[in-house]
Each structure stands twice: as structure tokens, then as C-alpha cells.
Design a binder for this molecule. Structure first.
Ligand code: MRU
Length: 345
């Protein structure tokens, strides 16, 4: 099976596999400017916390190429502004702000415009490469926690598409399945944008992993009936105490998993940790357009003018999480000390 390539850097542009068109069409958006990348992130042509981090880093490399100047200070000023715009494209996934900060820091003391450009591009490709390696490592570590047989439930899409490549939660499922071949997956549709139905189902089908798609509201009763061995999800931001922001609906799944003694695992690279947030309360939650809820494709499904709330993420309290799997190790509750240690490494 060929690997899914969500993002490809050409040196002049970022080629983005357009996730709004999948699975019907495998179209590529060619982003030539940082504004193109920011728009692709806002429009969710590229989505998933680590993937938008990688894209954000390349956006900065594109920004540096766009300015015709030999004045390094002028370029740095332009980059700082561009960085703010890119970071603002989506607020919840900390990977985006983390990546933009990291590439800017790498270029901070460069002596010339050429050196700034070179350092930004080098750091962006390093972030991309490291993310794929982190995912593979989490696959190895996380697969140890999964049962040898049974059904794993996952929510949203935390696969290759949501990352630099390979996947976080789906990477763990994939690695476990490659070992034992006796796993099945339940993928939730993930209203309103159907990342589960469109993207996770597509990835798992391509890998040949037996999968059933379920509506979001079926997950609880299937857990209560003993049909789910564990839940494995990704994360958009993990606070210092282990509280975890992820796709809306994750909190509900975690509470029901807890009620039914089903282990609930979060898989995320250390770039998703935000230890400056003491608890989940300080994580910003993106509210998206009412149209995502009101429209089914092009068809209006609610009364005209209906008021809508559309939070795109929720926060799962650490007490419902059985373990957090990162590329630097598996952390068990209580999370505070374990997460601090990982970051200090
Ligand atoms: O709104 P999305 O599709 O970007 O939300 C994505 C998720 O919530 C994922 O679970 C999370 O980013 C982890 S991806 C490895």
C-alpha cells in the first residue's frame, strides 16, 4: 500500500492533499504564498494538529521567499507579522503556534536575508521529518497498550492525513494491527465535518483494516454492550495537568468509556503539549461557521435562520484518560509530573 502523503514541499511551494475533497477526489492544492497556506488551514484543506503545524512552518519559509529585500531587519519584521496571521488561522491546536515560533526562533540570529531563508526552510523540513518519526515511535509504544484482538474505537481523523505522515491514534492502531491482525475498528462519523466518515474510513480501508463506521451517537451504547476494548484518539492541545482538547465529542466518549471501564488513550507528539496552560480551562476553543451544522452538502437541513452553536473542540478532563502516548514515552496519571519530565528531556 502506498503511503498517504498529506503535504509535500517542493522548495518553491507546498503541495497539499485537499482534505475537503476526500474521499471522492484526490486533488492537490498548490500553496505558493504564506497566505495560501493560511487559507488552506482555515478552510481545512489541511487539518489535524500536527499537519497544520507542519504546514504553518512551511508557510513561514514561503513568507521569507516572498520579500524582495536585502535588509534582514525588514524581513524579520515582515515574518513576525506573517507568523501572527498564520497562527491565527486556527486557535485550538497548539502545534500551529509551536511550529511558527520554532522556525522563527531558528532564524532569529541569522546575519543575512539568504541565511534567514535557508534556516526557515531547514527548520520546516526538520519539523516535518521529526513529526513522521514521532508518529512511528508512538505507533511502536502505543501498540503495546492495545489488546491483541478486539475492537478499537476512534474519533475524528488522527491518521496520516492529520499529521506530517503515518498518524497518531491511527498510527497506533495501524502498528497494532500489523503485529496481530486481529483488531477491528469502529470509526465515528464525527459531525459536523465528517472527518471520521470521509477521512478515517478512507485511510483504514486503504490499509485493509476491518472497520465499521458508526454515527457518533451509537458509540455509547456499543461501549455499554461490551463491544469496545478501548478508545484511541488524538489531541489538539494537552494542558500541564493532562486535560486534553480534541475534536468535539471526545469528552462525551471519554465519560462513557469511564462509566463502562473501557480504557481511553490519547496519542499525541510532544509538540501538542502546552504546559503554559495549567488546565484545560485556559485552552481556546474554536467556534466555526453555523453553516457546517446547518448544511448537509449544499442542502439546508434546519429551519432558515436557525441559531447554531458550533464549538469544534472540547476538553476531556485528565481523570478520564488512562494514558497519554507520546514519542518520548507513555505517561500515566497523575499527569503533571510525567508531562513535565517529558518536556524537560
Ligand atoms: O478540526 P480538525 O479536523 O482539525 O480536528 C482534528 C482533531 O481533532 C484531531 O483529533 C487532532 O488534531 C489530532 S490529529 C493527529
Amino acid at each position: 500500500m502506498p503511503e498517504i502523503v498529506p503535504l509535500e514541499w517542493t522548495g518553491e511551494a507546498l503541495r497539499i492533499l485537499d482534505q475537503t475533497k476526500l474521499p471522492q477526489e484526490q486533488a492537490v492544492v498548490v500553496a505558493r504564498t504564506y497566505v495560501d497556506v493560511a487559507n488552506a488551514i482555515k478552510g481545512m484543506q489541511v487539518r489535524g494538529a500536527p499537519a497544520i503545524g507542519v504546514a504553518g512552518a512551511y508557510a513561514m519559509a514561503l513568507a521569507a521567499k516572498a520579500v524582495a529585500t536585502s535588509d534582514v531587519r525588514r524581513l524579520q519584521g515582515y515574518l513576525a507579522e506573517a507568523g501572527q496571521q498564520v497562527t491565527a488561522a486556527r486557535p485550538t491546536a497548539v502545534n500551529l503556534a509551536w511550529a511558527v515560533k520554532r522556525v522563527l526562533k531558528a532564524a532569529a540570529n541569522a546575519a543575512s536575508v539568504g541565511e534567514v531563508r535557508q534556516r526557515l526552510e531547514g527548520e520546516a523540513t526538520a519539523i516535518h521529518r521529526e513529526d513522521i518519526a514521532a508518529n512511528r515511535r508512538m505507533g511502536v509504544l502505543g501498540s503495546e497498550l492495545l489488546p491483541k484482538e478486539g475492537t478499537v474505537l476512534t474519533h475524528c481523523n488522527a491518521g496520516a492525513l492529520a499529521t506530517g505522515g503515518y498518524g497518531t491514534a491511527l498510527g497506533v492502531i495501524r502498528a497494532a494491527w500489523e503485529k496481530h491482525r486481529n483488531l477491528r475498528v469502529l470509526a465515528t462519523e464525527t459531525r459536523p465535518l465528517l472527518q471520521g466518515a470521509r477521512l478515517t474510513a478512507w485511510e483504514l480501508t486503504q490499509m485493509g483494516i476491518p472497520t465499521h463506521l458508526v454515527v457518533d451517537s451509537a458509540a455509547g451504547s456499543l461501549m455499554a454492550r461490551g463491544e469496545v476494548a478501548c478508545v484511541v484518539v488524538g489531541a489538539d492541545r494537552i494542558a500541564a495537568n493532562g486535560d486534553t482538547a480534541n475534536k468535539i465529542g471526545t469528552y462525551t466518549l471519554a465519560v462513557v468509556a469511564h462509566e463502562n471501564n473501557v480504557p481511553f488513550y490519547v496519542v499525541a507528539p510532544t509538540s501538542t503539549l502546552d504546559l503554559s496552560a495549567a488546565t484545560g480551562e485556559s485552552i481556546p476553543i474554536e467556534e466555526r461557521s453555523p453553516d457546517e451544522v446547518l448544511l448537509w452538502g449544499a442542502r439546508m437541513i434546519a429551519p432558515k435562520g436557525m441559531a447554531v452553536r458550533n464549538p469544534a473542540f472540547d476538553v476531556t478532563p485528565a481523570r478520564y484518560i488512562s494514558a497519554i502516548i507520546t514519542e518520548r514515552g507513555v505517561v500515566r496519571p497523575p499527569y503533571g509530573e510525567g508531562l513535565q519530565k517529558l518536556v524537560a528531556e
